[in-house]
Design a protein around this ligand. Sequence first.
Ligand SMILES: *Cc1c(COP(=O)(O)O)cnc(C)c1O
Length: 227
Amino acid sequence: MPSHNLNETIAQLENAASAAGRPPPRLLAVSKTRPAADLAALAEQGQRAFGENYVQEAAAKQAEMGALAGTLEWHLIGHLQSNKAREAATLFDWVQTVDRLKLVSALARHRDPARGALNVLIQVNIDDEASKHGCQPEEIDSLAAAIALEERLCLRGLMVIPTPHDDPELGRPAFRRTRGLFERLQAAHPQVDTLSMGMSADAAVAISEGATMVRIGTALFGPRPRK
Ligand SMILES: *Cc1c(COP(=O)(O)O)cnc(C)c1O
């Protein structure tokens, strides 16, 4: 059995939240590279929300997990190519990496209305890294307006992957800027409730800056095998 640290991780998130005087965030278990058996073990302990980076990998795990997969909430947290939008709109309950208009229309077109609206987060390139995906902060309003026009999509908030730092405190300004953008978005779109930021190394700082969802892989499952 692989080691799982679900209760310990939840306790750490709760402690960080209470130290900051904030409600505990939702925990997204980031399961890229982990075998389906690891996800099933975590689901058995009560974890519902899982984040995957690749459409193909998620499809394979869902097929392997069978009926259990249908009881879980699947989030796409990796970059999405437009030609995979149909599969993504089918396999996932949330897509956290919407960063351009083309993706908005493609996801909406391919979402089966019988499944209810696909939840989407706008990914923002908060540190303006040339190598990173995500829209510029100035593009959030137009993307949000486009999403709001799509009945098959539900805009839930923002997602960021700031530049990693050896000292997580150095990431605080980026988290704080993101919270500012999030509050502006909420003022225009009242249903917006999700600010997805913070990973294993910097979750406490992200939570203290207002993350409502943290994406945790390593702290839950142990180090990922190197490719
Ligand atoms: C891998 C990944 C995570 C989790 O990172 P850990 O450091 O293992 O917690 C979170 N978010 C995204 C987008 C990822 O790709």
